[in-house]
Design a protein around this ligand. Sequence first.
Ligand code: NAD
Length: 439
Amino acid sequence: MNSTPNPNRRDFLKRSGSAVAAVSIASPFILTSKSAAADLPKIKVGLVGCGGRGSGAASQALHADKGVILTAIGDAFPDQLQKGLNGLKAEKDVADRIQVSPDNQFVGLDAYKKVIDSGVDLVILASPPGFRPVHMKYAVEKNKHVFAEKPIATDAAGYRSFIESVKLAKQKNLAVGSGFCWRSHLAQRGAYERIHAGDIGDVRTIYGTYNTSPPRTPIKREDGWTDMEYVVRNWMQFSWLSGDCLVEQAIHNVDLTNWAMKNEMPVKAIAHGGRQIRPEGGIVGNNFDHFAVVYEWKNGTRGFVTARQIPGCDNDNSETVYGSKGTAHILLFRGNPYITDLSGERKWRYSGPTPNMYQVEHDELFASIRAGKPRNDGEWLANSTMMGIMGRMAGYTGKDISWEQATSANDSVAPLADFSFNDKPPAAELPQPGKTRIG
Ligand SMILES: NC(=O)c1ccc[n+]([C@@H]2O[C@H](COP(=O)([O-])OP(=O)(O)OC[C@H]3O[C@@H](n4cnc5c(N)ncnc54)[C@H](O)[C@@H]3O)[C@@H](O)[C@H]2O)c1
């Protein structure tokens, strides 16, 4: 944040309640500005996790607001950090606002603290999700606005911690942006507005599916790597770091299901899941490769979410919402959503603009901060994640899992602690329905 006094900051403090204002004085900045780009107060952004999504989010932050400068980045590994930074610098239209000095490039499992302590106003949290609750807690304690990629945790303890951070962020008037990008897709918004307005009647059943090939091939171990480095490099294969395929990837469908139910949490989950494919050379990690979850709400509505990461099968990623008067077809990557009546006749199809949803996500986040009303999407971001964890618990155990059981579980698969590369990674046994228990 540049240190030039800004009258808009005073305006904001006048508008705020005294308790919030007291916190905001110590917090980054809250400004409203319609000034020209050059006059815009700077918003210093830090990035934690310079992989595909983190770099993408940093680019979107830079494109969202001409006052954004990227001033600090951190990653567990130097090669990943460099790759992310090089990719960003190649974007000519924003390259002049990538102002990350060598002193502000941090490597290691504690890089997040150094990024957050480097003087940034907002931090993008895009490491593997097992680390997210700890990163989030530190960011909010240090009065930073946050953009948090989904999912935000991999277990119930992480969820509870994240929810506490979201509450604190609200008290401090800090933004919590959500990486559930489909909620920023204008076509899907158009469809969900109609669902919520009653165009398909009462929602009775929801079917979401994310059937695809495995998104990553395990990386071979190199000489000199500790066990922890090997696991963190292969984070997507380990449930404690990724949440498993339901929580890491098909969580988008869980969130779309949650959205159809206006963010009301289900009372129960029942699930099947397993590891069908056992590759030559053995399994890396302990993820399942398929899940089928049934969620039940207190009014009897059911939501079915299936996830499969097996090569050579037919793929689909879509969501269908069945109501008492019609059906909403949410095609996701296959075109614009539409609504049919009970006879199957098409009644509506989205025909408006479809800007990049990841960009919209950041445009709206930064606009809310500029307007002095930082949006906090943390609660549904966390609840959708927890709904996925609840489904995974039901799949791992073979037991029906209630929302209360899920959220109060002591299944700390990703300890809320700092790790070093010399620590032993948490246990990663393949779960066995009927035998595996949650705490
Ligand atoms: N919203 C979406 O559509 C979407 C798409 C892809 C990924 N994601 C999410 O974004 C997150 C990152 O996924 P990705 O595809 O970029 O993965 P990635 O593996 O490409 O990037 C993760 C980066 O984090 C680094 N890292 C690991 N541990 C770290 C730590 N403790 N501190 C700092 N950095 C650490 C890794 O070295 C890597 O560079 C995940 O939560 C993923 O689910 C969301």
